[in-house]
Design a protein around this ligand. Structure first.
Ligand SMILES: Cc1cc2nc3c(=O)[nH]c(=O)nc-3n(C[C@H](O)[C@H](O)[C@H](O)COP(=O)(O)OP(=O)(O)OC[C@H]3O[C@@H](n4cnc5c(N)ncnc54)[C@H](O)[C@@H]3O)c2cc1C
Length: 303
């Protein structure tokens, strides 16, 4: 989608919003799939209410992009624009056991920063790409931990109320790759309460998690991590593996031969290739196990 309304475009500099026309989403997602559209980069949180008023007045549909590591975006000219928060320095500030993080911050860097200051708990998140905001929305987790367990308070822009609000961690439901945030909530910053641990001990935990990832996941290939959620009490990857579907290919989209729940863009896969591969695997799992797999990856269809 091209933003062409001169009045809309003229209002952006005063709001400190950068306009990037024709941004490629293939270049901004870990799967390397997606068409193009205009991107607005928001440099000041307090400009969000005015920006949302403008978007509504102009009737412009939008999606919100973090680090793009859990997205499958449609191909071609997309009928909505994309919003993204600019990074701010410092990304993390510490006060005792409370780490305040910007939502646009790189998740891995914040985990390492906290570790160096003897704050642990998030070792499992090392190797999870993307931003702090994306991790909060998805309640990212691995190896028995999830980010939601450490949330003390979140600052977010609530589109439905057109204002910035603060929520206590205890007021939010953090479930397995699911949170109770409203659809239009945009995470801006978070206070995490992290347990004190000596750096050496945290580093040891990080090394163990890194090794587990390296030995089981195709880390140097284009993926969005696990494509399906694990059904209660079962492993999606194990079911796909048991059906002998590792290596199954549709166009340039294929099931990783290393981890059956990682689907790869092995060349120039289109969104359609990936969607057809997802549908084939889901059908096979349903037929064999009677289980309906739900995608963990977020789909951004054009229509
Ligand atoms: C190699 C690899 C390994 C992975 N391993 C794991 C793992 O172990 N555990 C795990 O949980 N995930 C894993 N993932 C998936 C992914 O990294 C996480 O879901 C991550 O937290 C997504 O963050 P992001 O910033 O990239 O979000 P995006 O992919 O950009 O967006 C995901 C969703 O969050 C929303 N969102 C993003 N930022 C904000 C914000 N500030 N406010 C409101 N909504 C927002 C988007 O609109 C979208 O709905 C892996 C991915 C890869 C590629």
């Amino acid at each position: 989608m091209k933003l062409t309304d001169p009045q809309f475009l003229a209002a952006l500099p005063d709001l400190d919003v950068a306009h990037i026309p024709g941004a490629s989403l293939a270049a901004r997602t870990s799967l390397g799939i997606g068409g193009s559209t205009d991107l607005l980069v928001i440099r000041r949180h307090d400009s969000l209410p005015a920006l949302f008023t403008l978007l509504q007045q102009a009737g412009v549909a939008f999606r919100f992009l973090g680090g793009g590591s859990n997205l499958l975006v449609d191909d071609g000219d997309l009928p909505w624009i994309v919003l993204q928060l600019a990074r701010h320095d410092p990304e993390v500030t510490l006060e005792g056991n409370i780490a305040t993080m910007d939502a646009a911050a790189d998740l891995g860097r914040t985990v390492t920063f906290c570790a160096k200051h003897d704050l642990g708990g998030m070792e499992g998140l090392i190797g999870v790409p993307g931003t702090v905001g994306g991790a909060l929305r998805m309640n990212a987790g691995a190896y028995g931990m999830q980010i939601g367990s450490y949330v003390r308070e979140i600052q977010l822009y609530r589109a439905a109320e057109r204002r910035i609000i603060f929520l206590r961690g205890s007021d939010i439901n953090f479930e397995y790759r699911h949170t109770s945030f409203a659809l239009g909530d945009i995470m801006l910053a978070v206070k995490l309460e992290l347990p004190s641990k000596p750096y050496r001990e945290i580093l040891q935990g990080i090394r163990i998690c890194n090794e587990k990832r390296r030995s089981s996941q195709p880390l140097n290939q284009k993926s969005a991590g696990c494509i399906f959620k694990n059904p209660p009490g079962a492993s999606a990857g194990r079911m796909i593996d048991e059906l002998g579907l590792k290596g199954l290919q549709v166009g340039d989209a294929c099931v990783s031969s290393r981890h059956a729940n990682f689907f790869l863009n092995a060349g120039h896969a289109t969104a359609d290739d990936m969607l057809r591969l997802i549908a084939q695997v889901r059908d096979r799992v349903r037929a064999a196990f009677g289980v309906e797999l739900e995608t963990e990856v977020i789909l951004w269809p054009a229509h």
